[in-house]
Design a protein around this ligand. Structure first.
Ligand code: GLU
Length: 418
């Protein structure tokens, strides 16, 4: 049997595995595995040449027991209903793992944004924002950036919503530009939590991250910031990749220079600081101390996992390891810091942004980074306690056990009505 590559099936398997360690009835388990509701919409948008193109888009509101639905919006040709469902579920357990008072949601448009002009992307985004307006709000559902979206798209969504609702409500969306109510530290937050979590994992193993060699798969926002910050900790980045391929230098290279090269040429490949070109699969199987998957789901399948040699994996991407890949890595004693803690920095600083928006009172970057660090370190310790006390098979199971219990506690308090 090959790997299950449907991310929603992977997500449900993860919840089922953790549920075995919790006293939970079947109805509640069903609730914990399925979204509350999904918007599926077809956006008809005028292109620059006057033609009309239709784009399928989704928003899944997975669970709101602990607070407003929260999660990003991605633009990618592989977006599907099941992918959005899985990503929204991971958000629900991510906010619970981080212990922040938010639920889980996710959205996406089926599109390759590199094929459209900026004005077309603005019309597509505003069309989606128009469909989303009845569903979102600072107390109901709060979108954010994800793969191929950033401050620009968030600003368009905020502006469309505020215009249609005749209000000012910056907390309706996070990941905005600072001038539109964004938070200091938000752009770096996902990479920052990924490396803080990795550092805690190294400490736990009595190893020193300062001397670690690191490979990073994916060089978008989460990947490249992780590479930069881990390098600032003293580690050596020996390999990075993007969808065009990877680069490797046994002695390491400058992560920022590699990013500049990508910005100028569109890819990390061809970067002068590296002496070898490698594939994404070769990168994932390098003999490094720390591996950071920062691209998409299903990067580490059962087959890829057989060749993984890293001691620690900190998941910057959502769902980068399939359940079968996880089983192989467990046998090899690889310590995996799961996505729902490792990359929770993004949504945690989104939470800080929302708090600042509601108070109309803004923090400096130091405060943001310190508060983020406290949350990731404390929650890492909570997961380690659960992992050790209950003899759980992995940190991932520990994260789900802790997170599911927090959602169940909130759901039981609220009671299921009617
Ligand atoms: N898209 C990010 C994630 O997957 C951030 C979500 C948010 O800030 O709401 O966690």
């Amino acid at each position: 049997m090959g790997d299950s590559v449907n991310p929603f099936e992977s997500f449900q398997e993860q919840v089922d595995e953790a549920a075995e360690y919790i006293d939970i009835d079947e109805g509640m388990l069903d609730r914990l595995k399925n979204p509350e509701r999904i918007l599926e919409t077809n956006l008809s948008v005028e292109m620059d040449d006057g033609s009309i193109e239709v784009f399928r888009a989704y928003r899944s509101q997975f669970n709101g027991d602990r607070g407003p639905y929260k999660g990003g919006i991605r633009y990618h040709p592989n977006v599907s209903r099941d992918e959005v469902k899985a990503l929204s579920g991971w958000m629900a357990y991510k906010t619970a793992t981080a212990g922040i008072p938010l639920g889980g949601g996710k959205g996406g448009i089926v599109i390759d944004p590199s094929e459209y002009s900026e004005s077309e992307l603005e019309r597509i985004t505003r069309a989606f924002a128009t469909e989303l307006t009845p569903l979102i709000g600072e107390d109901s559902d709060i979108p954010a950036p994800d793969v191929n979206t950033g401050q620009r798209e968030m600003n368009w969504i905020k502006d469309t919503y505020e215009t249609l609702e005749n209000t000012t409500e910056p907390g309706v969306i996070t990941g905005k530009d600072i001038s539109s109510g964004g938070s200091e530290g938000r752009v770096e937050a996902t990479g920052r939590s990924t490396v803080i979590a990795a550092r805690e994992a190294f400490d736990y193993l009595d190893k020193d991250i300062h001397r670690a060699t690191v490979a990073v798969q994916g060089y978008g926002n989460a990947g490249w910031i992780s590479a930069k910050l881990v390098e600032e900790m003293g580690a050596t980045v020996v390999a990075v990749s993007d969808s065009s391929g990877g680069i490797y230098n046994e002695d390491g290279f400058d992560a920022v220079d590699a990013k500049i090269h990508k910005r100028e040429t569109g890819s990390v490949t061809g970067f002068a600081g590296a002496d070898e070109e490698i594939t994404n699969e070769e990168l994932l199987q390098l003999d490094v101390d720390l591996l950071i998957p920062a691209a998409l789901e299903n990067a580490i399948t059962e087959e890829v996992a057989q060749g993984v040699q890293a001691d620690v994996i900190s998941e910057a991407a959502n769902g980068p390891i399939t359940p079968k890949g996880d089983d192989v890595l467990a046998e090899k004693d690889v310590l995996i810091v799961p996505d729902i803690l490792a990359n929770a920095g993004g949504v945690t600083v989104s939470y800080f942004e929302w708090v600042q928006n509601r108070q109309r009172f803004y923090w400096d970057e130091e405060r943001v980074n310190n508060e983020l660090e406290d949350i990731i370190v404390n929650q890492f310790d909570t997961l380690v306690d659960a992992y050790e006390e209950h003899g759980l098979p992995s940190m991932r199971v520990a994260a789900y056990v802790v997170a599911i219990q927090r959602v169940v506690d909130a759901a039981e308090q609220a009671d299921v009505w009617p």
